[in-house]
Write a protein that binds this ligand. Sequence first.
Ligand code: NAD
Length: 427
Amino acid sequence: MTVSPYADDPKQIKETNPFESMMSRFDEAARLLNLDPNIYRILRSPSREITVYIPTLMDNGQYEIFVGYRVQHNFARGPAKGGIRYAPDVSLDEVRALAAWMTWKCAVVNIPFGGAKGGVICDPSKMSLAELERMTRRYTAELLDFLGPERDVPAPDMNTNEQVMAWIMDTYSMHARHSVTAVVTGKPVEIGGSRGRREATGRGLLFVINEACKKFNFDINSTRVAVQGSGNVGGIGAQLLQNTGYKIVGISEIKGAIYNPNGIDVNKALDYLKKNKTYEGYPEADYLTNQELLEVDCDVLMPAATENQITSANADRIRCKIMAEGANGPTTASADKILFDKGIFVIPDILANAGGVTVSYFEWVQDRMGFFWREDVVNERLQDTMVASFHEVVRYAETHKVSMRIAAYMLAIDRVGYDLKLRGVYA
Ligand code: NAD
């Protein structure tokens, strides 16, 4: 087997490089699986990486050239699938890691997709809606040959939403000369979206947190949860957890956090954030930094913002008993070991936040059938998938005596590797 230059010495890894973080877990899982060296070599690289330069007419009459990426990691189990992120700090290494995580995530929940991810380096908070639309349409046009219901199906991620998906679907459809709803998921329900997709990632988190609480005999009504992030995943996740009986003791957004050990009314806090664009000044809680929020005394911590939040610098100060990763890559590989040694039960990103892609799969199926399901049907099928996947990962962890993270990678790599072998390599 090819040995990664980094596999045995975590100190050599640039800790916050998400691609290296992903790869070091991949290497460990592959080694434990005794993965066929040829399959190992293939799965270590993405299939395709596309860089596009996106001329965009700005409102001031000038053209700005944005840089965009789409990385398609693997197609062994079906069309590539993964979100598109708009942010000033998007990098190819980040998109590469996120694309590979999508391959593993789709395999963990056993849906017939490969993995991909896209990103555009831009600051959407400084762009008008019209500028965002023009940039999105040109980005889509540059990728026309690579997208499609059978090829690669984007979805929302940080700073993209249903509206962005609608523009992508429309642009693709204009070129196809007919409506191709299944080219993206996370669209508005009125134009081919799935009921329950908006809440799906948060709801999936609720289902796996419920299972973890059962495993450790936690009473939901006295379980305290801290949530980093107030967006699609963190905000909706916190609302769903609170509606189920959990006590939300802290929640944050990019500038800071609020904390009250007696509980926070999430709906009130989110309304406050919407109006004031900050939690600062929220009357019924203390104002903390994001770092302080991660370290508060709680039972469940749900990082649902961005990568590299729990690193070797703060992992030993994390005080939760269960950590459910709403974000992709919130924990670095070096922090994994510290959390494991502290006995924190980590439900890893590729399992914990897979509710989003699971309902994206349901959306793709519904678009292709032209037959749309009731929300309770969507939610019930999501629950079946999340609960079954949680227990499969637990079984792997217990059988192989590894962390939940490595167990999830092992399960995923086993599935993708097996399917790749069945198909054979066209070489
Ligand atoms: P979002 O843009 O809706 O919300 C992001 C939230 O994180 C916001 O509250 C923002 O203020 C906060 N945030 C951003 N950068 C931060 C930082 N550096 N420090 C602290 N807070 C920060 O995005 P989202 O869709 O909720 O995605 C959040 C995470 O979940 C990402 O890692 C994304 O890849 C992952 N994820 C999203 C989905 C989905 O369906 N949207 C599915 C799976 C995983």
